[in-house]
Design a protein around this ligand. Structure first.
Ligand code: SAH
Length: 220
């Protein structure tokens, strides 16, 4: 059992952070547990020093290696679609800055995350440790999932794929949800796929922009 024990919370009063949460709420996110987690996980801890003054802007920001930390609204939307319950086993593909993984951990999920870039993963690992999140991570190609800990209650992919990688569908529990952006290199729709036994039901939300998912079952 993984317990997030020694977590540190963000300052109690922070006008800009509260504004960020309010904006997300106005855009239709209503899961109070998620909104609480987003106000406790301080996005400033996940952006580069030079971008600290933009940490609460509702936009993606560069994190180095041509990658980005996702826009807060997008993080909120995808997380709400995952319908995470405390204790759920969640797989994330694309650790990046570690922000999304930290939100999931703050919501009580047991988080497994895969990142293909070792430098980014090393930075995120330090963040998880200093914030007290017990997140399990590895460097590798997430398009093939992470079989060792499967099946998962939910899987979130935070990079844009040309199509849904079959291994991720295979590694979902019955009743589990996969949230994944699918499209071309410029624009993607977020697919919300629920597994019911061996059937898959898909809903789509249009018009998002992610960095590419690169790997065996992603972009070459
Ligand atoms: N969830 C991140 C968003 C990072 S951007 C955050 O909260 O900051 C997407 C990340 O996916 C990038 O860091 C990129 O290196 C990574 N990525 C792309 N293809 C991947 C793959 N096949 N397996 C694992 N990570 C991948």
């Amino acid at each position: 059992m993984i317990i997030n024990s020694k977590r540190k919370s963000a300052p109690r009063f922070n006008f800009e952070r509260d504004e960020m949460i309010e904006l997300i709420r106005q855009r239709g996110i209503s899961d109070e547990r998620l909104l609480k987690a987003m106000s406790l996980v301080d996005r400033r801890g996940f952006v580069q020093q030079a971008l600290l003054n933009r940490a609460y802007d509702d936009c993606a920001l560069p994190i180095g290696h041509s990658q980005t930390i996702s826009q807060p609204y997008t993080v909120a939307f995808m997380t709400e679609m995952l319908a995470v319950k405390p204790g759920d086993k969640v797989l994330e593909i694309g650790t990046g800055s570690g922000y999304q993984a930290a939100i999931l951990a703050e919501m009580g999920a047991r988080v497994y995350t895969v990142e293909r870039n070792m430098d980014l993963l090393n930075v995120s690992r330090k963040r998880f440790e200093s914030l007290g999140y017990q997140i399990v991570s590895k460097c590798g190609d997430g398009t093939i999932g992470w079989k060792d800990f499967a099946p998962y209650d939910s899987i979130i992919v935070t990079a844009g794929a040309p199509e849904t990688p079959q291994p991720l569908l295979d590694q979902l529990k019955d009743g589990g949800i996969l949230v994944i952006p699918i499209g071309d290199m410029d624009i993607q729709n977020i697919h919300i796929i629920r597994r019911i036994k061996n059937e898959f039901e898909t809903k789509e939300a249009h018009g998002f922009k992610f960095v590419p998912l690169i790997g065996k079952k992603g972009w070459k």
